[in-house]
Design a protein around this ligand. Structure first.
Ligand code: ATP
Length: 230
């Protein structure tokens, strides 16, 4: 029997946007993943805290964005754990929840370029498979340069014509996957919200409504009560 396939898609999701949803849906389909867990970080280790909305609200927006999508699943494990979110801890937790599954760590090429700054990054690489996706402004090939030789040998670029077969997983660990990525970032969305511009086509309508109702990103001050310990 084929092992269950579970994707971990972590991020600040401040806010979640259609670029995230499109990318996760594309790799879910391409790799026949049984589910992709969207895991908002509690306190992201790499991001400045200005303009970040509370973990609870980022989680809520992920739930709204994924409503009706069977394979894309909101997952609160980092938010529940509180404190700083580290991929190695998250990976271990997901492995405990799905002890028999093949776990895929999903991320954009921009995020992969920073991998050597992650806590215990080599262990993360060794303990699961990686799906590195296109992101506008970056070339997928850039991912090849960041790792030492032993990991480079385990990388495989999978053009759209290549069928993802189970046997690839025993030879390769890091898959570079071209997708039709949308040129959207949460930074752009926060700017648009601050200027009062429409978010149509950037976030799902339910998320835009939530942002408006809570007046997120409208002023230059932090809304992250949890992260500041208030
Ligand atoms: P910010 O602009 O605040 O830095 P972001 O839009 O990059 O945010 P994150 O929550 O930091 O969003 O990203 C989470 C993950 O989603 C990362 O792996 C990132 O590479 C990926 N990602 C974000 N936007 C896109 C996109 N438009 N296409 C493909 N992947 C994306």
């Amino acid at each position: 029997m084929r092992k269950k396939r579970v994707g971990i898609f972590g991020g600040t999701f401040n806010p979640v946007h259609l670029g995230h949803v499109r990318a996760a849906a594309a790799v879910q389909k391409r790799f026949s993943l049984d589910r992709v867990l969207f895991i908002p970080s509690h306190i992201p280790p790499h991001k400045e805290m200005e303009e970040i909305v509370s973990p609870r609200d980022r989680m809520r927006m992920v739930e709204l964005a994924l409503r009706g999508r069977r394979h894309l699943v909101p997952c609160p494990i980092e938010i529940r754990a509180r404190g700083t979110s580290y991929s190695i801890l998250t990976l271990n937790k997901v492995k405990k929840i799905y002890p028999h599954a093949r776990i895929f760590f999903i991320l954009g090429v921009d995020a992969f370029l920073d991998i050597e700054t992650w806590k215990e990054w080599e262990r993360v690489l060794e303990q699961c498979l990686f799906i590195v996706m296109t992101r506008p402004g970056y070339r997928l090939g850039e991912a090849k340069g960041v790792l030492k030789r032993s990991f480079q040998d385990e990388m495989l670029e999978v053009p759209r014509s290549v069928r993802i077969h189970e046997r690839l997983f025993s030879t390769f660990r890091i898959f570079l996957v071209p997708i039709d990525a949308l040129d959207i970032s949460a930074t752009d969305i926060r700017k648009r919200a601050r200027c009062g511009e429409s978010l149509k086509g950037w976030v799902p309508p339910s998320v835009e409504k939530y942002i408006r109702e809570h007046t997120f990103y409208e002023k230059r001050r932090s809304k992250n009560k949890d992260a500041h310990g208030h």
